[in-house]
Design a protein around this ligand. Structure first.
Ligand SMILES: Cc1ncc(COP(=O)(O)O)c(C=O)c1O
Length: 390
């Protein structure tokens, strides 16, 4: 089916729509950074796991990074190459399997390393193992996303590192960014080098984690390349890996929903939709952030109460959670039942996090090819809801 990618007027059901042209644009940016900075940039599956698009993504990047057995298997089987794996805690029932799916495996603590390093290497003698280190420095403002806050459970701090690392530790993994620019990486790298460069001669690789939002229009990709080139000059023995997730799916398509009712209470009008913030756009409530809605102006809370003729609406989800709404947006016309509401930039950290709370229908997932044809990748039904629970 051909669709109009401005209005999506042919769509009458809730749907995440991944747009090929936008995805390719991001992939080109990522690929050219990897080339000019001589680093490996891999896809973090936690942010984006639409595996039917992996053949396209593998035209630009060569591997994925996993944070669980399921992700490791998906990356190995569907992306088609061994994964880089880090999880906060491996367990007896998964360590060998994870090791077989992985090229790189990172331990979060010394106790995890001690418990599992021999078993992992035995399962996959080619495995390159590393440890996650915590630089105790991060500029992330939202506590929920700060892995370096005091008392964090992530990574080993420099005071806990022996002068001589175990022989089979070949890499350090550091994750301390979230939707950050290259300037933040530049400042953070100073702390990382101060704390950990003594150990660099013992390593083969270093992974600077995710959170590098290199496909954001304001991201200074030139600065990132210069930082990485400088790092190479100082430590030529280290292969450098970055594993962003958001940067791949950033602004690659919307969630299209429809208005199903309009209610009013105390001067506040809410357009109830056939999607839910808590089920289908969870980061809006968690982060929190207010998404852009195509053709509507975002208003501050203070302006939310408004006279009827101003076309100001809260948007409400179709779950029973009282807080499943956001507000307010100003539209150019009075909203009508059945019309499309288009939430921008809904492809990263959505389809990987959605749930079926209240049994609300899950939006379909579709791929808009460059030639304008819309391919439905998946529709969800009662069986998907039912089979999650037995
Ligand atoms: C260890 C690790 N790597 C990579 C990522 C991906 O980060 P982002 O999607 O912000 O680029 C995350 C996100 O939480 C992470 O925890």
């Amino acid at each position: 089916m051909k669709v109009n990618s401005t209005t999506f007027q042919e769509i009458h059901e809730p749907m995440y729509i991944l747009e090929e042209d936008l995805l390719r644009r991001n992939l080109q940016v990522i690929h050219s950074i990897a080339e000019s900075a001589d680093v490996e940039i891999i896809l973090a599956l936690k942010a984006y796991s639409l595996w039917k698009t992996f053949p396209l993504i593998s035209e630009y990047v060569s591997a994925t990074t996993a944070s669980s057995l399921n992700e490791a298997r998906l990356g190995y089987e569907e992306f088609g190459s061994p994964v880089h794996t880090y999880t906060p805690a491996y367990t007896d029932d998964m360590i060998e399997q994870v090791a077989r799916y992985s090229s790189h495996l990172v331990f979060n603590s010394w106790s995890q390393y001690t418990r599992y390093h021999e078993r992992a290497l035995h399962a996959n003698p080619k495995l390159s193992m590393g440890i996650r280190v915590n630089p105790e420095y991060s500029e992330i403002k939202t506590a929920l996303y700060n892995p370096c806050a005091p008392g964090s459970r992530f990574g080993i701090i420099s005071a806990q590192l022996p002068d001589r690392l175990p022989e089979d530790i070949e890499g350090f993994h550091i994750h301390c960014h979230c939707e950050n620019g290259a300037d933040v990486f530049q400042r953070t790298l100073k702390h990382i080098e101060e704390k950990f460069s003594n150990w660099f001669p013992q390593l083969k690789w270093i992974n600077f984690g995710g959170g590098h939002l290199m496909t954001h229009k304001k991201y200074d990709t030139g600065l990132l390349c210069r930082i990485l080139q400088g790092f190479h000059q100082r430590y030529p023995n280290l292969n450098v890996i970055l594993e962003p997730g958001s940067a791949f799916g950033w602004h690659t398509g919307p969630l299209v929903a429809q208005v199903v009712d309009i209610v009013e209470n105390g001067g506040i009008r809410t357009a109830i939709l056939n999607v839910s913030f808590t089920c289908h756009m969870p980061d809006c409530l968690e982060m929190p952030y207010k998404p852009d809605v195509r053709g509507a102006e975002k208003l501050t809370l203070a302006k939310a109460k408004a006279p009827e003729e101003s076309h100001i609406y809260r948007l409400g989800g179709n779950s029973c959670l009282s807080g499943d709404f956001m507000g307010s947006w100003k539209f150019k016309h009075e909203l009508q039942i059945g019309e499309n509401i288009i939430f921008e930039d809904m492809l990263h950290y959505t389809t990987v996090k959605t749930n079926m709370f209240n049994g609300v229908p899950h939006p379909a997932i579709a791929f808009l090819h460059s030639d304008g044809n819309l391919e439905i990748l998946r529709r969800f039904g009662y069986e998907d809801y039912k089979t999650r629970m037995d």
